[in-house]
Design a binder for this molecule. Structure first.
Ligand SMILES: NC(=O)c1ccc[n+]([C@@H]2O[C@H](COP(=O)([O-])OP(=O)(O)OC[C@H]3O[C@@H](n4cnc5c(N)ncnc54)[C@H](OP(=O)(O)O)[C@@H]3O)[C@@H](O)[C@H]2O)c1
Length: 327
């Protein structure tokens, strides 16, 4: 069988790197588009065996350059996404206009598949600009390429994420930790490998299903996630529910930084539960239920946030009977 050529946008990110490994290990050839080859190619190149990966530098809005890449592609996967806006990197440009261009080109070049990553819960979060831009992007994608598959994952975690790793850093440093909306917002965290298994299944088995909600095996509140992380890194912290007006002032202050920890738009998004809507198919419905549990997976990499770092792992304790002092 002829190997499929996959054209991947956003391959340097958390999901992209994991996906490149999965595809190339299974003899797919991938072309990864990056906006800065000098900064990103070492991260991308090391995810694949030689000969299976090509890296192309392009501004994603240079349609002529992008168009050329579609000539040899069988499938296209869009993983480009942002959490906050920065100049021309607006939600509208990245989540609405760009995916609609990719869908249009996928149709024009008769691609077998176009998989687009959206996000769970965007129908409900009507006051979030992030959610609105994702929803509008989905509509345009389906209009331009009706056979596209749109994936809506809940929060995605792994050793390469900006979620568990950032929270473990903050929990390690801050003695008191703020809770937004009393920490009651529900999530269904999905491990990055479970999500890329779903993408691989869709491409390899030619599954066409317009919208699929991708969730992990557990429903956890924001507070429960933090509590689990605290247990994993052996820390005790005080949580305090932050009143919304104060949280907004805090988010407005964070927005002054180039990489804000929290924006007002994210704060609005946090108000809504991130669980299945029951209106669309889920990954379980297409035969790929998530199999990785939050504690078990985070346990594999949380040791770097524990006192003693790598020497706090069971491996070192067993070998040298080395006990690490914890707070
Ligand atoms: N991670 C989650 O919890 C989660 C949850 C729901 C939905 N999603 C969606 O899943 C997709 C992938 O997520 P991820 O976690 O892999 O994200 P990520 O790690 O932040 O990676 C995002 C990717 O987008 C690229 N990108 C951002 N702005 C760009 C621009 N202006 N031009 C070109 N490339 C740009 C980044 O390239 P550079 O490396 O050059 O910056 C990177 O490759 C996104 O659409 C995201 O919205 C993620």
């Amino acid at each position: 069988m002829k190997a499929k050529n996959c054209l991947i946008f956003g391959g340097s990110g958390q999901i992209g790197r994991n996906l490149i490994r999965k595809f190339t290990k299974n003899n797919y050839r991938v072309t990864v588009v990056t906006r800065n080859v000098h900064q990103k190619s070492y991260i991308i190149k090391t995810q694949a065996n030689v000969g299976y990966i090509e890296i192309v530098e392009a501004n994603i809005f240079e349609e002529n350059k992008i168009r050329d890449l579609f000539r040899n592609a069988d499938v296209c996967i869009n993983l480009i996404g942002i959490l906050f806006e920065k100049k021309a990197n607006s939600f509208r440009n990245i989540h609405t206009i760009f995916p609609s261009i990719l869908a249009k080109l996928s149709k024009e070049y008769n691609l077998k598949h176009f998989v687009h990553l959206s996000a769970l819960g965007i129908n409900d979060a009507i006051d979030s600009n992030y959610a609105k831009s994702k929803l509008e992007g989905e509509n345009r994608v389906l209009k331009n390429f009706p056979l596209a598959t749109i994936l809506r994952p809940s929060i995605v975690y792994s050793v390469d994420d900006n979620f568990t790793t950032n929270f473990m850093t903050l929990l390690k440093r801050l003695p008191i930790f703020p809770l937004y909306y009393n920490g009651k917002t529900k999530f269904t965290p999905i491990h990055c490998s479970d999500l890329t298994d779903i993408i691989y299944h869709i491409i390899s088995k030619n599954i066409y299903s317009n919208i699929i909600e991708c969730v992990g095996p557990e429903i956890l509140t924001f507070r429960e996630i933090l509590e689990k992380l605290l247990i994993l890194i052996n820390k005790k912290r005080i949580f305090f529910p932050l009143p919304l007006p104060i949280a907004e002032v805090q988010a407005r202050f964070f927005e002054l930084f180039p990489n804000p920890l929290l924006t007002r738009d994210q704060l609005r998004l946090l108000k809504y539960d991130n669980t299945v809507s029951k209106k669309y198919k889920t990954n379980s419905d297409i035969g790929i239920p998530s199999v990785r549990y939050f504690d078990e997976e985070v346990k594999k990499y949380c040791y770097m946030w524990k006192d003693g770092g790598q020497f706090s792992t069971e491996k070192y304790k067993d070998k040298n009977n080395f006990e690490v002092k914890t707070n």
